[in-house]
Design a protein around this ligand. Sequence first.
Ligand SMILES: CC(C)(COP(=O)(O)OP(=O)(O)OC[C@H]1O[C@@H](n2cnc3c(N)ncnc32)[C@H](O)[C@@H]1O)[C@@H](O)C(=O)NCCC(=O)NCCS
Ligand SMILES: Nc1ncnc2c1ncn2[C@@H]1O[C@H](COP(=O)(O)OP(=O)(O)OP(=O)(O)O)[C@@H](O)[C@H]1O
Length: 228
Amino acid sequence: MSNKAAQSYSRQPQNLQTKNKTLVVGLTGGIGSGKSAASAWFAQQGIDIIDADVIAHEIVTKGSDTLRKIQKRFGDWVLNGDGSMDRAAVRTHVFANPEALIELEAITHPAIRETAKAQLESSTSPYVVLSAPLLIEGAEAGLANLCQRILVMDATEDTQLARASQRDGQSIQKIKAIMTNQLSREERNRHADNVILNESDLDSLYLQLEPLHQEYLKLAQQLKFAVD
Ligand SMILES: CC(C)(COP(=O)(O)OP(=O)(O)OC[C@H]1O[C@@H](n2cnc3c(N)ncnc32)[C@H](O)[C@@H]1O)[C@@H](O)C(=O)NCCC(=O)NCCS
Ligand SMILES: Nc1ncnc2c1ncn2[C@@H]1O[C@H](COP(=O)(O)OP(=O)(O)OP(=O)(O)O)[C@@H](O)[C@H]1O
């Protein structure tokens, strides 16, 4: 289903910790796979969450530089009457036009990365979760090379479609158009240090997250001692 391939990225030794010595766990997965559900659980354990989807919304607020660049590139139709971004129109356009999506990402991704980096530097929790649908896809300027561990939320395409359509009220066709622009499950899972199959209920998800949380706490401690 996917027309995207992962590009190369590196998790270099010098990236083993951010400036403030915090372990960064990258959390990724396709649309509706359960990233936000997992993030909410990590947040309950006191872990700081940096969410690329949230940042992607924040950088295109009305009057922002990034929104101006998008308007300049695509035209005035990207704006609602009040000057905010017409997200539905942009969504319909880019997920049906791979080249337009690449151009949109070329504008948004550097800003997303810079904001994520700044949030990482100011994080104070034992480790940090960096959640992004496109963690692995971003190559050089991507987010995976800010992470020391990659945790993938995995679900069947049928489950993704059912959950995302129920959550967003979007048609199956529109969600499929997004999935076509994301990695295949197989390819994403190949890049994972840990994979969670999120096919059952939320309690089963939380049961799978608990041992990982313990593992990340230990790893975070080891990193701190290694650099002290
Ligand atoms: C196209 C846009 C305007 C659609 O906005 P809309 O409010 O309808 O959707 P939202 O932003 O909530 O995204 C819904 C889901 O689509 C998927 N998605 C978003 N951007 C992308 C992308 N570039 N490629 C593949 N899937 C994507 C994610 O699973 C996301 O959770 C928006 O997604 C966007 O600006 N995308 C480009 C920025 C980006 O790459 N964001 C992902 C964070 S790294
Ligand atoms: N194990 C589960 N059992 C029941 N519902 C779930 C489970 N996991 C996730 N959900 C629900 O499925 C929907 C999609 O999950 P979620 O929003 O966490 O996915 P996501 O990966 O963050 O998606 P997106 O990439 O679109 O942001 C949500 O309504 C969520 O509450």
